[in-house]
Write a protein that binds this ligand. Structure first.
Ligand code: SF4
Length: 384
């Protein structure tokens, strides 16, 4: 396929090799760029990029036509992509990495929706998908479709003729998104020298602060009295020195991490065990909470999964209305705050009442996780 990307395309798809090569023409390595004025601008763009990822807003401001084709601005755009990867890698937070990974795939998807076939097929080919006349070979199809867990992508539901799988125009772009997602999962995180992380510490702090605020927006401050019975049972077992199974340790750590308990706070919970070992616990907690590396963002399992593990215990009446421990926590917390408000004679008390927060108190039908999505295929809606 003989098409040449223009400068603006490099900014649109900064993960492509040719876009990276375009940035390299700058002849300033990234570790030196961070000390320049343009580097600071790119770092600020990178922070905005991550904040948009945390908000779940991959949308481009305006249309493709409004994106710059100015060489300097495009280089800053590509550098901001590179810096955003560095920032989340330095932060060593699995959740941040996972949100940015999804953001980059969604952003490219939205841009591709406005492209002509030549550009779409070019980007597809760069992602290892050779699509011609809305057909592609079986193996590349399966490799991409496996990322999307919807029945329509299963091979049994496709038309396959002589080893070629038929796809529609819209599906073509969805498959490319799946390949970009897979590419980002493998490549977005990188090993960054500690000296570089040190230099950009204020930017990392800004990103982490935003992340913490998002958690607080969703769950408010941590309230142990609202923990679901399963989590309380695990904490009781830990406190009494029982040897709890890995599934329980995992569920509790992921739960505490998701509702915003600090690493020290999580370790404190496990320190109640008589056989507590700080090194072992720290290692496990860091692994599950994602602070030790990269990969999937861990959230606690669904109630159904907890039942399968045999750790759904002491169910109460609220348990009948939820299918996720996090949903239980959020509802219980709201109820308790409401009760406290009624007791003290206050009306319309809102648990998330700090400025700028969502004040839709009764909206329990919304995704309780907000920007934080549970593992693929897991849904925390309250039961109907
Ligand atoms: S139903 Fe869900 S929230 Fe309730 S105890 Fe079981 S796992 Fe926990």
């Amino acid at each position: 396929m003989k098409i040449a990307l223009d400068v603006r395309d490099f900014g649109k798809y900064p993960f492509l090799k040719e876009s990276q090569a375009f940035l390299s023409e700058y002849k300033i390595p990234l570790d030196e760029l961070i000390r320049t004025d343009n580097g600071k601008i790119a770092l600020n763009h990178a922070v905005s990029r991550i904040k948009r990822a945390l908000s779940g807003h991959a949308g481009i401001v305006g249309s493709i036509a409004s994106l710059s084709n100015d060489t300097g601005r495009v280089r800053i755009e590509i550098a901001s992509y590179a810096f955003s990867r560095i920032l989340v890698s330095c932060a060593k937070d699995r959740y941040l990495i996972s949100r940015l990974t999804q953001f980059e795939a969604d952003r490219a998807y939205l841009l591709l929706l406005e492209e002509n076939d030549d550009i779409i097929e070019y980007v597809a080919s760069r992602m290892g998908l050779t699509i011609e006349q809305n057909e592609l070979q079986l193996i590349p199809y399966v490799e991409a479709a496996v990322q999307i867990s919807l029945p329509k992508w299963r091979l049994v539901n496709r038309s396959v003729i002589r080893g070629m799988v038929k796809i529609s125009n819209d599906e073509k772009i969805e498959l490319i998104r799946a390949k970009i997602l897979s590419f980002q999962r493998q490549n977005l995180h990188q090993a960054v020298p500690g000296s570089i992380c040190e230099e950009i510490l204020p930017f990392i702090a800004d990103v982490i602060k935003e992340h913490q605020e998002k958690i607080l927006e969703q769950f408010g401050s941590v309230d142990e009295t609202s923990y679901p019975p399963c989590m309380m049972a695990i904490i009781t077992a830990v406190t009494k020195g029982f040897n709890i199974p890995h599934t329980a340790r995992f569920a509790l750590t992921a739960f505490l991490h998701t509702i915003g308990l600090s690493l020290d706070g999580i370790i404190e919970v496990f320190s109640r065990a008589p056989d507590f070992s700080i090194e072992k616990t720290q290692y496990q907690v860091e692994h599950i909470s994602g602070r030790s590396g990269y990969g999937t963002d861990y959230t606690p399992p669904l109630c159904a999964t907890m039942q399968t593990y045999g750790i759904c215990t002491n169910k109460d009446s609220l348990c009948e209305k939820v299918n996720h421990p996090l949903t239980y926590y959020k509802i219980k917390k709201k109820e308790l705050i409401k009760k406290k408000g009624e007791k003290s004679g206050l009306r319309n008390v809102n648990p998330d009442s700090s400025p700028g927060k969502n004040t839709n108190e009764d909206d329990d039908s919304s995704d309780v996780t907000g920007t934080r999505s549970y593992k693929e295929g897991e849904n925390d809606d309250t039961k109907t």
